[in-house]
Design a protein around this ligand. Structure first.
Ligand code: ATP
Ligand code: MG
Length: 290
């Protein structure tokens, strides 16, 4: 089993919507591996990690069974398989929702209208659960891909499928009705007992991931400002620590360096300019250890 070696085995999607972002994340936290595209299993060169590249459908069960210790997979897949795993982190990519949709201006407009209708989906468990909870009897037709064309082919009256922008639905003359599940990529962990060595590796892995994510959401900001406005600037900057303030050759001016959350960037920027800040420079941050 994966547990006999002190190397973490991590399942990721071999080829699909999550692959590039997941690889990017792993590279972003400093993991280096050779050509992952051609192999099922790739060993990391500088961290005790091996990647197992598989279909996303298989990831939750592999993690549940302890074949892999960790996995990166959509919450939608984990929910559909009903796998017994622990969610360690919610990640902000692969964001989508599982929604019911039917023909635009057709006879299905509300949840009750699904009574007696057929619904095509790749998510039979979640769809069935939803109708059961709503006391609606609908017939589920399980198909594995191109669900959105089922109504046109008259295979089903409606569908239950993943939506992100809604463009695919629109292009197929469908309108989105209820949302069954909001989803994003998650890092999941097995509930099987892990060795001390593996637990430590997971801690190390998480620390790197958190540092990387924190850094992605922050920017390093530098500016010059009149010394007299330092108290006001300190109030404006929602800084992690107190900002660094350094004297400049011009003795009424100081240089201020600090870290700000990216969300507050533009608001902060405008306020700073009002206080006389000039030469504002913003830099990306590689990682942050708090
Ligand atoms: P695999 O061959 O690995 O089984 P797949 O075809 O099942 O691949 P993809 O289409 O690559 O899966 O989607 C992977 C995941 O991306 C989905 O399970 C979901 O979590 C997420 N996702 C985000 N937006 C969408 C979308 N608009 N449609 C489908 N999946 C999406
Ligand atoms: Mg799949």
């Amino acid at each position: 089993t994966a547990d006999s070696k002190t190397s973490l085995r991590i399942a990721i999607q071999k080829s699909g919507r999550l692959t590039d972002k997941t690889i990017e994340l792993l590279k972003g936290i400093g993991l280096r591996f050779d050509d992952y595209k051609r192999n099922l299993m790739v060993e990391c060169r500088n961290f005790d990690v091996e990647l197992l590249l598989i279909r996303d459908d298989d990831i939750p069960e592999y993690v549940q069974d302890g074949v892999c210790d960790l996995g990166f997979v959509g919450a939608n897949v984990t929910a559909e398989t009903g796998a017994n795993v622990t969610v360690l982190r919610d990640l902000d990519y692969g964001v989508c929702r599982l929604s019911l949709a039917a023909r635009k201006e057709g006879d299905i407009q509300t949840t009750e209208d699904f009574q007696g209708k057929t619904v095509a989906t790749s998510y039979p468990k979640l769809t069935r659960d939803y109708f059961e909870e709503n006391d609606v009897e609908a017939q589920i037709v399980t198909i594995s891909g191109a669900v959105e064309i089922a109504p046109r082919l008259e295979v089903a009256d409606a569908i239950c499928d993943l939506v992100s922008t809604g463009n695919t639905l629109k292009a197929n003359g469908l309108q989105e009705l209820d949302t069954i599940l909001e989803s994003e990529t998650q890092l999941i962990q097995t509930n099987k007992t892990l060795s001390e060595g593996k637990k430590q590796l997971i801690d190390k892995f998480l620390q790197r991931m958190d540092g990387h994510q924190q850094a992605e959401r922050s920017r390093y900001i530098m500016m010059n400002a009149p010394e007299s406005s330092v108290p006001k600037i300190k109030d404006i900057i929602p800084s992690l620590n107190s900002p660094t303030v350094m004297p400049l050759a011009d003795n009424n001016m100081v240089a201020i360096h600090t870290v700000i959350p990216i969300d507050e960037f533009w608001i902060v920027m405008e306020k700073l300019k009002k206080e006389g800040a000039t030469g504002i420079v913003i830099l990306p941050i590689e990682s942050m250890i708090l």
